[in-house]
Every structure is written in structure tokens, then in C-alpha cells.
Design a protein around this ligand. Structure first.
Ligand code: PLP
Length: 381
């Protein structure tokens, strides 16, 4: 920090927003487990009333995240899906949504159910070419364009600035799932998005031990009022203990992110020309089709998410997944430990994911151990 500039994100994160308890001088916030808050002698309320509306522990995490995203406000939810689905819940029949063909499969599955049930239009497109979104958009009818900064699990890159212009010109909002690119590397609201979403289960918490989701808005507008209503009345709030764990996890986000990004880049480069690997999908590689947009958009590293396509299809990919000794064969991503997963198995019948694809969430281990482990697993094919 020079004399008049605000602290950098890494500083805000490490100090949980420079928390010092006003009364005790404790530097770790307490967990406010109270579900209700008393009125004063004049029967007036303070800031809090009831923990389904708001709670001091999750308010603290929300303020930190809103500041990191450059947003007007943030709201925590009990899981990533509770948060993301709150964006779509206020939709009315005859409105229309655009979402990616390649995206987090469970949210896409829910969008298909919700839109069919309510008579809402849904068009799935490949948003890596903004023209596809422009062609699908219905001015006055499309309410939400939803994209992922990097699509899970193919890691295609969405050009947020271009998509925001297309959405706004048609009267729609742009919602961005930035789960795999935290605000240390990308702030979608600065690029024109209206809502940014993270499954905090992933990088923000980073320790694979607490579910959560967060939405951050660019403006306190009517859409945000609707979303506030969904959280309050549907009730998918985060618990105070989970919010406290999230705050603790976020203190180390900057070093975890840097290390995961370094490890992933080393792994991607090492395996790029491996004879048993058909392709490495990592946005940090210069031969990735979206690399130039990624390099402009992700200013603090490309992160730890990649996929490798194994020569020999499903059987060969599953052999690798079963043969690793250090990589953990489990779903999820963004934790300190490296995970590997055969996505087509998890997504089940109807999955559009190639059956040769293994998704890798690179953690913060010693990178030579990770390289050695994948090498020995590939030898089994
Ligand atoms: N978005 C992305 C990109 C994800 O990878 C996930 C979970 O894997 C989610 C959303 C859903 O988050 P959660 O599992 O916390 O509900």
C-alpha cells in the first residue's frame, strides 16, 4: 500500500478486512450463533433481527467479498447451487435465459427442469463466440445471460466484456459464474457483468470442508431486491459456523491461488506433449483457443483447473483415474489437495463431456510429486 491507495486484495484477505474486535481487540472474529437479536428499550431494532435475514458473522464475510469484487453488496448462501439458483428463481413465464452448452452440469440440469416447469425459454449456446449469444438473444424477452469465466469441465473462455454489451443491448443482465477465477485474478463486475457468483465451496474456502455460495451485485437494483427476497423467504442462508470457516479459509486465498496456478502451469506444460495424452485443456497454455482473452481477463494467474484427454477413450482415462496414488479420485475442486475425476462417469448418461476427459484440480503440493504420480498412472495405460 502506498500512502493513499487502498490495501491490495491479498492484504484484505490475510487480515479478514483488517478485523480487530472493538471490545476485546481479538484479531479473529467470534462466531455469532444467535438466531435472534433483541430490541432496545425503545423497542427499536439494531442492524440485525433474525439470522435468516442477516447475521454478523456472515455479514463480515459478505462485506469482505463485496469489497474484493468491487460490488455494491454480497449475499452468502448455504451452497453454490442455492446461490446460483436464487438468480433464476424470480424469473416469470415467457421470459428467456441463455446459458452455455458446456457448464457446471448440475446447474444446467436444474435450469432445464425449472425453465420447462415454468414455461421459461432456455437456449444453450457456445458463448466462446459472442456472436452465438447475439444470435440467440431475444430483446425484451431474454432476462438473463449466464456464463462461466472458464467453463467446467472444458475450460473454454468467455469474453465477459463482449457478452455484457450484447446482454445489455437486449435489456438482459449478465450473470457470471467465476468459481474457478477468484477476484484475485478476475473481477467480472469491472468488465460489465451485473452479478458475479462463486461456489465458495471451492477456491474461496479452499479446504474442502464447507459448502457455500455467494452472489455479488454491481448495483442495488430491482434484481438484487428479488434475490434478497429469495434468500430470506426460501431460506437457503449460510450458517454462522460455515461463514466463520469461510472467513478463515479466505485468509490464505492469495498464496493458495498463486501456488495452484504455478503448479497447474508446470503440469500443463509437462504433459502437453505426452504421447498418451491427446490434449491438455488449460487456459494458461498459449495454444488454448481462448488464451488471448484469458490472458487479458485473468490478470492474476490462470488457476488450478485443467482437463486432460487421454488417448484410448473411456477405458484408458478410467485406468489413469484408478492408478493415481497422490491425486485423490474425488469430485469437487479448488482445495489445497489435488483431485482427479472422470467427469463423464459423474455426469452420467446424456453427458456431453468427452469420455476420454479427466478433470484435474491442481492443489498446492510439491509439483514434482504430482508430475511423478501422473507419469506412473499414465504408464498403466
Ligand atoms: N459452479 C461451478 C463451476 C462448480 O464447479 C460447482 C460445483 O462443483 C458449482 C457451481 C456448485 O456449487 P456447490 O457444489 O457449492 O453447490
Amino acid at each position: 500500500m502506498t500512502r493513499n491507495t487502498p490495501p491490495a486484495p491479498a492484504t484484505l484477505l490475510a487480515q479478514a478486512g483488517h478485523f480487530i474486535d472493538a471490545e476485546t481487540r481479538a484479531i479473529v472474529p467470534p462466531i455469532h450463533s444467535s438466531t435472534t437479536f433483541a430490541r432496545d428499550q425503545d423497542y427499536a431494532l439494531g442492524r440485525y433481527i433474525y439470522s435468516r435475514d442477516d447475521n454478523p458473522t456472515f455479514a463480515q464475510a459478505e462485506e469482505l467479498i463485496a469489497g474484493l469484487e468491487g460490488g455494491a453488496a454480497s449475499l452468502l448462501f448455504a451452497s453454490g447451487l442455492a446461490a446460483a439458483s436464487a438468480v433464476f428463481e424470480p424469473l416469470r413465464p415467457d421470459q428467456h435465459v441463455i446459458a452455455p452448452i458446456s457448464m457446471y452440469y448440475a446447474l444446467q440440469a436444474w435450469l432445464k427442469i425449472l425453465t420447462e416447469r415454468r414455461g421459461i425459454g432456455l437456449t444453450l449456446v457456445d458463448p466462446t463466440d459472442p456472436k452465438n449469444v447475439a444470435d440467440a438473444i431475444r430483446p425484451g424477452e431474454t432476462a438473463i445471460v449466464w456464463v462461466e469465466t472458464l467453463s467446467n469441465p472444458t475450460w473454454d473462455v468467455a469474453d465477459i466484456r463482449a457478452l455484457a454489451t450484447i446482454a445489455h443491448d437486449a435489456g438482459a443482465i449478465l450473470g457470471v459464474d467465476a468459481t474457478v477465477t477468484p477476484p484475485l485474478t478476475c473481477r467480472p463486475l469491472d468488465l460489465g457483468a451485473d452479478i458475479v457468483f462463486h461456489s465458495t465451496t471451492k477456491y474461496l474456502n479452499g479446504h474442502s470442508d464447507v459448502l457455500g455460495g455467494v452472489l455479488t451485485t454491481a448495483a442495488m437494483d430491482a434484481n438484487w431486491t428479488d434475490i434478497l427476497g429469495v434468500r430470506k423467504f426460501v431460506g437457503g442462508v449460510m450458517g454462522p459456523f460455515e461463514a466463520w470457516l469461510l472467513l478463515r479459509g479466505m485468509r490464505t486465498l492469495s498464496v493458495r491461488w498463486e501456488r495452484a496456478s504455478e503448479n497447474a502451469m508446470a503440469l500443463a506444460r509437462h504433459f502437453q506433449s505426452h504421447p498418451k495424452i491427446q490434449a491438455v485443456r488449460y487456459a494458461g497454455l498459449t495454444d488454448h483457443p481462448g488464451h488471448s482473452v484469458a490472458a487479458a481477463q485473468f490478470t492474476g494467474g490462470f488457476g488450478g483447473m485443467m482437463s486432460i484427454l487421454i488417448r484410448g477413450g473411456a477405458e484408458a482415462a478410467l485406468t489413469v483415474a484408478k492408478s493415481v496414488r497422490l491425486f485423490v479420485p474425488a469430485t469437487s475442486l479448488g482445495g489445497v489437495e489435488s483431485l482427479i475425476e472422470h467427469r463423464a462417469t459423474v455426469e452420467g448418461p446424456g453427458s456431453a463431456t468427452p469420455d476420454s476427459l479427466l478433470r484435474i484440480s491442481v492443489g498446492i503440493e510439491a509439483v514434482d510429486d504430482l508430475i511423478g504420480d501422473l507419469e506412473q498412472a499414465l504408464e498403466k495405460v
